[in-house]
Ligand binder design. Structure first.
Ligand SMILES: Cc1cc2nc3c(=O)[nH]c(=O)nc-3n(C[C@H](O)[C@H](O)[C@H](O)COP(=O)(O)O)c2cc1C
Length: 486
């Protein structure tokens, strides 16, 4: 078949429809006002003509997207606008069928807030292969295909699709692949390509599949590390997240203190230091605590901040080392800083969302640990406010922190050297840095609180940095403590 026929087939379908996710209902009032109800929330979707409002319930079953997009009819355009609004809130899913088939092959479930299904054009000569980050697993009673790179996951309804995916573990040229039994359809392949579950390979490309996928930074990621990063942060998945006590009804909480082993005990109390004999450092360790409310009448000053960053994160020295790998002798630059770092990698960077700081404009900054300077970064107000609001929410605090430190990692600094353990090392480094920030804050009469959640998608939007190159791995809220902190 020629390219032309493929274009034709793409235009005709198989269909991608939009329908309401199972947990969402639409409520239409007599005056045409429409609300989406989900998890105790109501989203105002606007007012619709009686004929449009009457057709909205079709979203329960599914409305074919292509016909909505291409239609000039007012009713279709109204519905299309509503569909886009629902999509932006992640309230839709997208069943995909093959031409003339009534059965759903897959259902696309958005994972990132701005996911919208696209089917880029494919050519008969195109060769494509499954991403090494794609994984197929059981979720409840369903088989799902997901990938840390994808803005959506696919619920596989037709086992033939799983068989087709297995074939795609080796490069398949479309011309031949489409003639094989169980061919999943052009539109589904295009959707998979669009969400980076598949990628195109040039037949002349002699590189390994690992190096041919994505950019030079992606090559450095191990499969489990990228999955861990995207699933243990906010922004790129739709799973429940945070302190939700999901097993409280089924399992009691573990005791705070581990049960004793039965062996012989060696008492340490008599040999330990009395409180008055403790060193200043041990006293500091014992005074360390989290601060969640800050004195906004007397905020932290730029001078405090300068001393704080100097004490915790400033580069002390730089040096160049040759690594002896036999044939290759790559040269690597190293730094020393106040806190330890796995392999001396020092992959962590500090970004500051400054809300209230005497002597420093409200805004977003990067701390250049080498020059000991803050560099302003332009961000859009809603995103800047959202990052501070999420820190306030995580601390259950009455106000946003005076300064939010966002700790990012330049992952390649670690994964260039370490296999299998790179992301684990990054997180251990974050722990080390957090304790350094805590102790320094308390020592300086400032206050701070580590924050366990971080939105990697929001940070990517604020900075334009892709999440696999440099992305947040920790946060620390800080400021001058309120007199009555809790
Ligand atoms: C990795 C990490 C994540 C944390 N995340 C949060 C958080 O999201 N919200 C919060 O209010 N406190 C957070 N904390 C602070 C802990 O709740 C606090 O350290 C703990 O309750 C002990 O209290 P203390 O720090 O005052 O000694 C976090 C602490 C750590 C080390």
């Amino acid at each position: 078949m020629r390219g032309n026929s493929i274009k034709q087939e793409q235009r005709l379908g198989p269909n991608i429809s939009a329908r309401l996710s199972a947990h969402v209902t639409l409520e239409v009032q007599a005056d045409g006002k429409v609300f989406a109800a989900f998890g105790g929330y109501y989203l105002d979707l606007g007012t619709f003509s009686p004929s449009a409002a009457g057709r909205l319930q079709d979203l329960r079953v599914g409305l074919p997207l292509k016909s909505l997009i291409s239609s000039r009819r007012d009713i279709d355009q109204q519905i299309y606008q509503l569909v886009r609004r629902l999509a932006r809130r992640g309230l839709l899913e997208y069943p995909v069928r093959r031409v003339r088939s009534k059965e759903e092959d897959v259902v696309i479930e958005p994972q990132a807030a701005d996911y919208w299904p696209e089917a880029p054009p494919l050519d008969d000569e195109d060769t494509m292969v499954l991403s090494r980050f794609a994984l197929l697993r059981r979720r409840g009673n369903a088989m799902v295909l997901e990938s840390p790179r994808a803005g959506a996951l696919l619920r596989i309804c037709n086992p033939q699709i799983a068989a087709a995916l297995a074939r795609l573990s080796a490069p398949q040229q479309l011309k031949r692949f489409r003639r094989r039994e169980g061919f999943p359809g052009i539109e589904l392949l295009a959707v998979l390509l669009d969400c980076q579950m598949l990628f195109k390979v040039e037949r002349s490309d002699k590189r390994s599949l690992r190096t041919a996928e994505g950019d030079a930074n992606l090559v450095l990621w191990d499969f489990h590390d990228l999955l861990f990063h995207t699933r243990s942060t906010e922004g790129r998945h739709a799973n429940p997240l945070g302190g939700l006590y999901p097993y409280a009804a089924t399992t009691p909480a573990l005791p705070a203190v581990r049960a004793l082993w039965s062996g012989k005990k060696v008492g340490l109390d008599k040999l330990s230091a009395a409180p008055e004999a403790m060193s200043p450092f041990v006293k500091l360790l014992n005074e360390r605590h989290s601060t969640r409310s800050f004195d906004d009448q007397r905020p932290i000053s730029l001078a405090d901040l300068a001393r704080f960053l100097q004490a915790t994160a400033r580069i002390r020295s730089k040096s160049q080392h040759q690594v002896d790998l036999g044939e290759a002798q790559p040269s690597v630059e190293y730094t020393t800083r106040p806190y330890p770092s796995a392999g001396g990698s020092y992959e962590l960077e500090l970004y500051l969302a400054v809300n209230k700081c005497e002597g420093l404009d409200r805004g977003f900054y990067h701390y250049d640990a080498d020059g000991h300077v803050l560099v302003a970064i332009d961000t859009r107000a809603p995103e800047f406010d959202a990052v501070l609001a999420s820190a306030q929410f995580a601390m259950d605090a009455a106000a946003p922190p005076q300064i939010l430190l966002i700790i990012t990692a330049r992952f390649g600094r670690v994964s260039w050297k370490y296999s299998s353990i790179a992301y684990a090392l990054v997180l251990k480094d974050v722990g080390v840095l957090l304790q350094t920030l805590y102790l320094t804050a308390v020592d300086m009469g400032l206050g701070g609180c580590a924050i366990g959640t971080v939105n990697i998608d929001l940070f990517a939007k604020m900075t334009g940095l892709e999440f696999h190159i440099e992305s947040p791995v920790g946060q620390f809220a800080m400021g001058r403590p309120a007199e009555t902190e809790y």
